[in-house]
Structures are given as C-alpha cells and as structure tokens.
Design a protein around this ligand. Structure first.
Ligand code: HEM
Ligand code: CU
Length: 761
C-alpha cells in the first residue's frame, strides 16, 4: 500500500471529523438562539466571527492563549506520530513485510520517534506550563509575553519542515493524476527520512534524500523554540513570583518546570551544534563524522549528550504534574516535599552524566563505560525517592476514584516497570544482550506512553473546568483512563517480554514463531489509539456542550485545604464575572492532617521529616536500646531451644565486609537496634498504619522482622523453621513495643517539662 496516501487519508479523516463536530455544535447553538434558519446575515456573522477569532489566536501574547496553542499543536503532532505508530503496529501483525515495504517501515519508526519526542511531548508540557504556571506562582503573565508568542510560532514551520517528506509525497500523488512523472520528479524523489530517530552517522550523512536536510533544519528551529521557551520559564519563575511564594513553598510543578528548563538550556544548544555539523558534513564536505574526522562515534556522543537529558526533560514535567495532582485526589498533602525537590535537582544534575549508557555496544573505552554504568545505576535513587513519596502520599488517604486519580495511579505503575527495566539496562553486560531488542522499546515506552501521556491527560481532566468553565463527561473519562492504562500495559509489557526473548527491534520482518506476541502488542496499541480518540472527542464536545461549572470549587478542594492558587484565581474570576458566591465546603475532612503529620510542621515549611528525626533522635535511641535488650532476650531463648544459630551473626558481619566473627555481628545488631531502626522508625512512623504509637511500633517491627528472618536464616527445616520464624517475630514485637513505648513515655515527659517551664514564665 502507499504509505503517503494512507497516512494522508487518516489525518485528513481526523481533521474532517473534528470540523464536523465543530459545525454540529455551532448548528446546535444557532438552533437554540434563532431556530436554525440559515440567513445571509447569519452566515456573514459566522464568517466574521471565525475571522476575528482567527486574528486573535494568531496575534495573542496572553500566556493562557499561548498555552492552549501549544497544547493544540502538541496534540496535532501527537496524533500525527500516533498514526505512524498505528501503521508500524499494523505492519507487525504478520511476519513478512506485506503491508508496507521495509523501507517504508524504517521511515515510519524514524518519523514516529522524532515527532513524538520533539513535537508532541515538550510542546504539550510547555502548553500546560504556560497556562497554569503563572497562575500557580501568582504571576500576571510570562516574563516575556512576546518572546513567548515568537517561541510558539517557530514550532509549526519546524514541524512542517521536519515532515515535509510526507506532504511532498502526498502532493506528488495528487499531481501525478494530472502531470507526467518527468514533470514532477522532485515530488516523486523526496521521501520521509528513514535513518532512525537517532540520526546515526554514517547512514544519515550518506543517504541522498534531501528531506534529511529539511529535517535537520526543522529540528534546529524547534531547538531554538524550545530554548527560548525555557529561558522564559526560568525568568518567570525567578522574577515573577507573587509575594509569599518562596523557594521553600513553591509548588512542585513549577519546580520541575524550572529544572526542566535548566536542562534544556544545557542540552539543546548542543543538539543544535550537532545538527549543523551534520548538515555541513552532508552538504559542504566537512568530515566531522567521517572516519577521517571525529568518526561516527562523535555523533553518538553529541547526540546522546543531548538525548539522555532530553528524556528527563520529558519526564520531569510529568513528575511535577503527578506531585501536584495526586494529593488533591487522596485528600492528603504531598509527602516529603523537600525530598521531591532535591530528587528533582539530583536528577537534573545526574542526567548529564549517563549519556554513554546508550553506547555500551560501541568501542568506547570499557573503563569509561564502567563509570557511566555506576552513575546510571545511581540515577535510579532519586527516581525511586519520587515513587516512594507518591505511594506514601496515597497511603491512608481518602481516595477519590476520578479519572485524574486513575491516571496518576497508572502512571506510578508504568513508571515503576519502566524504571526498573531501565536499571537493568544500565548494567553493561545486560545491555549488550538487550540493546538491539524490543526490551529497549518496551522499557522506554512504559515511560513515554506511561507516566508522560497519562499525566498530560490527568492534567487535562483536572484543569478542564478551570480552563473551559465546563465539565467533560466524567464517566467517559474514567473509561478512557482505564482503557489507556490497559492498552499501554498490554502493548509495552509484551514488547519487553519478547525483547527479553531476544527479539530484534527496528525490523519489519520477523520469524513466524513470534507472531503471537506481536499481535498482542498490536491489539494493545489499537486500544491505546481508541482511547486517544475518546479523549479527543470528550475534550472537544464537552468544550462546546459540556455542563457549565456552577461552583468555584469544582473538585471540592477546600474541604481538604488544598485550594491552591490557580483555583483561587478561578474563583475570583467567577465571582467578578458572574457574581457567583465562593463555594464553601460542606465538611472539612480530617484526613488532610492525619494524626501522623509530623510535629513542628507548618504549612509550606520544608523538611518536616528531617526535623522530627533530628529533634527526637536521642529519645528514639534510648527506646531502641530498651527494645534491643528485650529482643536479645527473645533471640537468646531461640538460641537456647536450638532454632537460631549464633554463627549467623558472623555471617552478617561478613556481608558488610567485616571478618566473619559473631562478635562483630552482635555489635552490628546493637548499632542497628539503637541507631538505624529507631531513626527509620521516626521517619516513617507517622505514615504507618496504627492510631497509637505502640500499634505503629508493632507494624514496623513486623515489617523489619521479614528482613531479619531472611538474613539470619541458616537452613532450618520443618519444626525448627516454624520455631525460628515464631521467635524472630516475637523478638521483633518485643523490640517494637520496647522502642515505641519507651519513646512515647520519654516524649510525654519532655512535653510535660516543656509546658511546665512555659507556665512558670
Ligand atoms: C500508541 C502508542 C505508541 C505505539 C504503539 C508505539 C509503537 C512504536 C514502535 C512499534 C516503534 C518501533 C520499534 C522498532 O521498530 O524497533 C516505536 C519506536 C519509538 N517510539 Fe513509539 N509508540 C507509541 C507512542 C510513543 C510516544 C508517545 C512516544 C514519545 C513520547 C514514542 C517514542 C518512540 C521512540 C523514541 C521510538 C524509538 C524509535 C527508534 O528507536 O528508532 N512512542 N514506537
Ligand atoms: Cu539514557
């Protein structure tokens, strides 16, 4: 089949359907106002209206308008890249290349990757950022409104240039109906680029297709647009914050946009230079990437020095949205604000030190590779901190099963699988096995079709009432969210698995044994496609016909004290414009501040856990000591009845690198019991289940006893095993009780003393 015609038709159909929806809704509006008769004046009015609207959108410098333009642009690009994806997956339904040629398949995955990564993700995030970030930090507009408009308007020509190949091909098909082939040769030779989105030299230097040059120029332009936008975000966040918005209480989405913008500033200029070098190599005979020059490896270094930070540039805004939206639907404040901020900064810095993990199968010096491996593994830590904090935020919360929440929960899960598969890839020998397989495709899609678009859509649902003043169909939205999550899991977990079986990627042809897996993945992809269309439908139709929002607090956020600045802006607007009374909550939920919220916590302050820990470490250590003594009693008994082998203490010492002497193990045991576990208990006790401290202590002890049981196990069987486990559990309970009760007792004495001094004054 002819790719250009099929893709052109698919996109055309999409556009026509959107147009039809719009016309229908205008028709409905007219029916209501004048009975629906078409008159000359009526038509003239419509035309004028469209004209003036168009003028407004083309010339606006308002941050909210530009935000919507960005989102619309990103959506169009996403649909375009999505059509590529559907075509890729359709080809893979059967083992031979029978729908498209292998060459077309190569072009499809090249343009798919580039369109999605460059023209879909960041534009949408810039759009959300443009719309809500100034509202979140209380700024009137972006710092440089005109630059903002210029930055946006560079994108459409950039996309057109990058994807000119398809347009020219479609043009060629149409022209060939009227002209002989010789007359329209140009239209028949230009093709979509097929060198992979990584544009690896020497292929990208040697392929004659002139579309490659246009692509490079388009990418360059989009890089400039991205950099300009980043400067604007940084300037806005640094200089335009309202009084009262400090670094210590700024919302996490703004923090993440700040760090993302910082990464853009360091990464994109480098991509720009590399693109120009490639252009020069192709057209002016320079030899940057030829063997006699820097060699093809130079391209890979330059590309991935941009490419890896780029993946965090794409991920961080999604993480920021998660931290902003998730708490609203569990009725709890985000857990560990400070840790999230630091982990974001840490990711930002580390993301520049890992690029060569994309080059483990090249000739890069193995000693160098080893250091990249180490940092790549280390980068999992800040990511895990985020996941931990999100899960802890949900813990014990009042979950509201809305579409945004479902998408947040789905995003956490895909991010966990995507992240963990990534840690494996960071290990050189594993990567050498999997680099060329679908495992890689599965890994990164669990992030780029997991948390990233999930959170975009969650944001669209969450802020829809604020942006449009209308409600979308919430049932359809929940259905769409579940469908999207389901489809993503089916598709990309399958790809990860068949990759693990050694299935090579970027191939249109594959052995028939693997057809089943490919078909499952394709079905999953169709489900994703369907859910994307449902989302689009819901957004558009609700914009024209959705129920009008009648309250100033559509998500009932006041009830949990999370009525953040952008909603206050919304409320003020409704009050001013429509004279609506601010909505007051029917009840205020307690769960906002679970009993556990650490003491000394004031709204917006930084470092609650760290404070609790440092302030109470001494008391906890005493509690830990009491607990350890009690626990030693339990373990001693276990030893006496013969179910615990004291030699296992020696092995513990060996694990941490000390000589295998039981004495060292006992010392470790004491240090752990009086220092490590009490500190952890302090940090987490507020978030463990249990109303009273001793209940929490028991839960904590039960959790840590599992680790102990594994570490000290010396092969007991049958009854001895039962005895061993029983004693371990009981000894830990003794520890948990000793720790928590002693701690609470000392704490209450300290409080009494504190208040006593107060009343003396
Ligand atoms: C319906 C959703 C999607 C499907 C079914 C899909 C499918 C695919 C397929 C089949 C490939 C080619 C793999 C190969 O030939 O080895 C691919 C590559 C890729 N996709 Fe997607 N994709 C989807 C969405 C996305 C999104 C949202 C992004 C980015 C945000 C993205 C980024 C990429 C990238 C960067 C590549 C790598 C291209 C390469 O290695 O040459 N994809 N995708
Ligand atoms: Cu990377």
């Amino acid at each position: 089949m002819n790719r250009a015609v099929v893709e052109g038709t698919a996109l055309g159909l999409l556009a026509v359907s959107v147009l039809a929806l719009w016309v229908r809704s205008r028709w409905h509006a007219r029916l209501e106002s004048d009975g629906g008769t078409i008159t000359r004046e009526g038509l003239q009015y419509e035309v004028d209206r469209v004209g003036s609207e168009l003028y407004r959108w083309l010339t606006t410098t308002n941050h909210r308008d530009i935000g919507l333009l960005y989102i619309a642009f990103g959506t169009v690009a996403g649909l375009w890249g999505g059509v590529d994806a559907m075509m890729l997956r359709t080809e893979l339904l059967t083992p031979p290349a029978d729908i498209w040629t292998p060459e077309t398949y190569n072009a499809l995955f090249t343009t798919h990757g580039l369109t999605m990564l460059i023209f879909f993700v960041l534009p949408v995030f810039y759009g959300i950022g443009n719309y809500v970030l100034p509202l979140l930090i209380g700024a009137d507009d972006m710092a440089f409104p005109r630059v903002n408009a210029v930055g946006f308007w560079m994108l459409p020509p950039a996309l057109l240039m990058a994807r000119m190949g398809l347009l020219v091909q479609v043009g060629g098909q149409i022209l060939s109906l009227f002209f002989p082939p010789e007359a329209i040769e140009f239209f028949l030779t230009v093709r979509e680029v097929s060198v992979g989105w990584t544009l690896y030299a020497p292929l990208s230097v040697q392929q004659p297709n002139p579309q490659i040059d246009l692509l490079l120029l388009g990418l360059h332009l989009s890089g400039i647009a991205t950099t300009v936008g980043a400067i604007n975000f940084i300037a806005t966040i640094v200089y335009e914050r309202e009084e009262g918005v400090t670094w210590a209480n700024m919302d996490i989405f703004s923090w993440n946009m700040l760090v993302t913008s910082g990464l853009v500033l360091f990464a994109f200029p480098l991509l720009g230079s590399a693109l120009v070098m490639l252009l020069l190599d192709r057209n002016l005979g320079t030899t940057f990437f030829a063997t006699e020059g820097g060699g093809p490896i130079l391209w890979q270094h330059l590309f991935w020095f941009w490419g890896h930070p780029e993946v965090y540039i794409l991920f961080l805004p999604a993480a920021g949205l998660m931290s902003t939206i998730l708490p609203k639907f569990v009725g709890r404040k985000l857990f560990g604000y400070q840790f999230i901020v630091y982990s974001t900064l840490g990711l930002g810095v580390l993301s520049f030190g890992v690029w060569a993990h994309h080059m483990f199968t090249t000739s890069v010096d193995p000693r160098l590779k080893a250091s990249f491996m180490a940092i790549s593994i280390a980068i999992a830590v800040p990511s895990a901190i985020k996941v931990f904090n999100w899960i802890t935020t949900i813990w014990d919360g009042d979950i509201r099963l809305t579409a945004p929440f479902i998408l947040c929960a789905g995003g956490i899960s895909t991010f966990i699988i995507g992240g963990v598969t990534g840690v494996f890839l960071a290990v050189i020998p594993v990567d050498i096995l999997y680099h060329g397989t679908y495992y890689v495709v599965g890994h990164f899609h669990l992030i780029v079709v997991g948390i990233i678009p999930f959170l975009m859509i969650a944001a669209s649902y969450y802020w829809y009432p604020l942006i449009t003043g209308r409600w979308y169909d919430t049932r359809l939205a929940r259905f769409q969210a579940v469908l999207l999550i389901f489809g993503s899991f089916v598709t990309f977990v399958t790809l990860t698995v068949i990759g693990g079986l050694g299935f090579p990627r970027r191939q249109a042809v594959y052995p028939p044994e693997l057809q089943f897996g490919q078909q499952i993945a394709t079905i999953g992809a169709y489900v994703i496609g369907l859910s994307a269309l449902l989302w689009l439908y819901n957004m558009l139709v609700s914009y024209w016909q959705g129920d009008v929002v009648k309250t100033t607090d559509p998500w009932d956020l006041k009830a949990t004290n999370q009525f953040t600045r952008e909603w206050r802006w919304f409320e003020q607007r409704l009050v001013e414009k429509y004279d609506i009374e601010p909505t007051e909550p029917t009840s205020t939920r307690r769960s906002y501040a679970p009993e556990g919220e650490p003491k000394g916590f004031t709204e917006g302050s930084v470092g609650n856990v760290a404070q609790t820990v440092t302030r109470n470490a001494g008391l906890a250590a005493i509690g830990g000591f009491v607990g350890t003594v009690l626990m030693a009693g339990g373990l001693g008994t276990a030893w006496l009845v013969g179910v615990l082998d004291p030699a296992s203490f020696g092995e513990i010492a060996e694990i941490v690198g000390l000589p295998a002497r039981p004495l060292f193990g006992v010392v470790l045991f004491l240090v752990g019991g009086t220092v490590t576990w009490p500190l952890l208990f302090l940090a987490f006790s507020e978030y463990l289940p249990g109303r009273l401290l001793f209940e929490t202590g028991l839960v904590f002890a039960t959790v840590i006893s599992t680790g102990f049981a594994v570490a000290f196990y010396t092969g007991q069987q049958g009854l001895a095993l039962v005895g061993y486990l029983g004693f371990v559990l009981v000894a830990h309970w003794a520890y948990g009780l000793g720790l928590s009760v002693t701690y609470q007792y000392l704490e209450s004495r300290r409080q009494a003393r504190f208040w006593g001094v107060e009343s003396d004054d």
